[in-house]
Design a protein around this ligand. Sequence first.
Ligand SMILES: [Zn+2]
Length: 443
Amino acid sequence: MMVELVETLQFRLVIHSGERERLAQARHDAQPIANYTLALRRLGYSKTDICDKVTDDLDATEHVKNNAQQIVRKACDAYDSYTAAHEKWRNSDDQDELPEPQPPSTNRRGAFPLVMAPGEGYTVSKTDDGRVGFRVSPQPYKKVEGVLRGRDRDLDRVRDALGDDSEWNLGRGELLYRDGVYYLHVTVKREQPLADPEDSETIISVDVNERNIAITAVDRDTRDIHANIVIDYGQVKHHRQRCYDIKRRCQEHGKPSVVASIGNYVENYMEWTLHRISKIVEHYVEWFPKPVVVFESLEGIRNDMDYGSYMNRRLHRLPFYEFERQVTYKTHRHGTPVIHVASRDNSKRCACCGEVGSRQDRRFQCANEACDLAQDHADRNATVNTAVKGIAKLEYGADDHAAADNYRPHKTPPVVRVRRVGSGRVNRPTPSHEFAEVGVLST
Ligand SMILES: [Zn+2]
């Protein structure tokens, strides 16, 4: 099976020629198209129908027609991501602690980006002096040209994608504006073959919630639990909460610039945290023979979408959602497959015997007297259930608890260590006690 890996690279525009106002105009023209699309999508229209209606109903003549269609697709993706995130939020155990996802809109800070097809709405090229040039066509026959400025690594990736024999290809570009500066987000894509989940030997379930990330690796044949790790990131949550408190007080005292910069800070902090933690999971997973990653899922959720930078920022309010997306991307990068199993009762049932137990804060207690397991860390117990369901799904084709009962681990799992994340860095697979010593986050 093949997947498409998509990376979004962010650049500033250094404009050399063309009218800058054209960009502003095109961005504003994108807003009614996005709004109209969001309204139609809510009513259940398909992407194709919306594309047709936008061309017919709105005066898109001042707009590159292909750009309009790209905007429709992006707005549809944003709306679909929102409904999926909302569904996940509605079914979450942590609903009280999580903010309710809000539908995408174009009226708030950061209007809807102008989305452009490569080679039509925008082009990039190598310049004679070794830089990367761009050309944006915001309106028919009007061009704005210049060079991109950004991280060397990202510029190299674009240069690579421009080569004939490269495995990377250019995808859509997005024009954004913030604080007087224009940015171009360029997506690059490549195909990656994935291993067949049927051939996997280690089942690794990953669960993320507001308190921690729990990972369990189970041997598919013997059902021995190879390893557990629970990464407590409560400090991240507290830090974020503190930022929100400061932000609220600034709001009350009418300091909008401080409010905006705290907002940016929190977003960047969350982005960075999720990146670091997903990186750990990436290394951890590759440590085991023939791994498959298992997530809990809910019916009707698409887990394989590229949400794009616009929606990703909004989804940072739901860390688990963005986390799953990042872990999926990073494991796919190694050709490791990802599967989903039903989430029903995973935190309520005992992973050893399958009986319904009781849960009090972080402690899970099994009510079955014949069961070896008296109590366990609740989130770890849930990941063992998820892993067992993963095995049942691969072996038997069903992921309910009745099917899982045939594949439960024989022995009581070892005593779990619950550790907080310290400071430092990780660049190789590390057992959990070393994680605790070197840590992954510095604050
Ligand atoms: Zn039990």
